[in-house]
Design a protein around this ligand. Structure first.
Ligand SMILES: Nc1nc2c(ncn2[C@@H]2O[C@H](COP(=O)(O)OP(=O)(O)O)[C@@H](O)[C@H]2O)c(=O)[nH]1
Ligand SMILES: [Mg+2]
Length: 319
């Protein structure tokens, strides 16, 4: 791996040094190997220009997709980006008013129903991105209520396999945005809270589902050579994504996020503990499921302690 930070290697070293028995250690390494081989598929959907590419770039810290290059609206293709052999991103335009909508919707539905070799849904999570400044969200509501939510699976899948995020919150009331520190003032915060709340309630009314909804800024980028503005609430978004990612896949996700400290800094509060807890809980749940409740209980503590410390170090290192 090119990354100078390899969570799996660090966790293995921590476990190696811990004082659990050799038999337990072997089990833990088996679990880690299993987790290391997990594959994550994220679908990112929303209208052209809402900031899907910018969000991917901010979260993963690499230019895997060009920003602001307008795809031909009538092609409505779903682009597949393989970040590496573990993480695949499906970038899908939202619905337009065109003739190709039905066909595009069918492609999204097909992906949502697709299963992997273990019989689990291939798409772990759909991230619906909305422009917070837009007053016309009709097509986004239809995308969620007509296309996505009915095809997520059972009631539990409907709650866990989707997140809605209002992007560009800096552009809603520019006079109320602090460009130096990348954050909204109190007035803009109240406005954004209200918009996120309205969005959540609208979706609940039409689908019956409480879709987790938040707002953030991926960061504006002037041109190809320019630098992307510092994000806001990106750590909050990561925390939410982790909580919606299957337990055994969380460490792989964490291993691939941006190592740019600046990107994680500005949030409505500190999310380092949430992120660490989410990953640790995922590992403990996986250990319990793989080894059985009894052995799981004996090794869960030591794994949790080691991993909690390491993730804490990495997350703390971000802030
Ligand atoms: N002001 C502002 N502009 C943004 C933000 N995120 C993305 N943009 C800009 O919106 C435009 C479209 O972004 P892009 O990521 O290409 O959108 P996509 O079509 O959904 O992939 C670009 O000019 C971005 O720089 C943001 O948080 N705030
Ligand atoms: Mg794009």
């Amino acid at each position: 791996m090119e990354d100078n930070h390899d969570i799996f290697r660090e966790v293995s070293e921590g476990i190696q040094k811990s004082d659990i028995g050799e038999a337990e250690k072997k089990k833990v390494f088996d679990i880690l190997l299993n987790m290391r081989n997990q594959k994550i598929n994220l679908m990112i959907t929303g209208g052209t220009g809402v900031g899907k590419s910018s969000t991917i770039n901010a979260l993963f810290g690499r230019e895997i997709s060009r920003v602001g290059i307008h795809a031909e609206p009538e092609t409505m293709e779903i682009s597949k980006y393989e970040l590496n052999d573990k993480i695949t991103l499906w970038d899908s335009p939202g619905l337009g008013d065109g003739m190709k909508d039905t066909e595009h919707a069918r492609k999204i539905v097909d992906l949502l129903h697709r299963k992997d070799s273990s019989g689990a849904y291939m798409i772990d999570l759909v991230l619906v991105i909305v422009d917070a400044a837009s007053r016309d969200l009709g097509t986004t509501y239809s995308l969620i209520s007509d296309v996505i939510v009915p095809n997520l699976g059972d009631d539990n899948d409907k709650r866990t396999r989707i997140i809605a995020a209002l992007n560009k919150c800096d552009a809603v009331m520019p006079r109320h945005w602090d460009y130096t520190n990348s954050r909204p003032d109190a007035k803009l915060t109240a406005e954004l809270d209200s918009r996120a709340d309205t969005f959540r309630r609208r979706v609940k009314e039409t689908t019956g589902v409480d879709v987790d909804t938040m707002y953030y800024s991926a960061g504006y980028k002037e041109d190809d050579n320019g630098e992307q503005d510092k994000p806001y609430n990106l750590a909050k978004l990561l925390s939410l994504i982790l909580n919606h990612t299957p337990d055994k896949k969380r460490l792989v996700l964490m291993d691939n996020v941006s190592r740019d400290k600046e990107a994680w800094k500005s949030n409505d509060r500190d999310y380092s503990k949430d992120i660490r807890d989410s990953v640790s809980k995922g590992i403990r749940a996986t250990a319990g499921a793989v080894t059985g409740a009894k052995i799981g209980a004996t090794i869960a503590g030591p794994i949790g302690a080691v991993v909690g410390g390491i993730i804490g170090g990495i997350v703390g290192w971000f802030w």
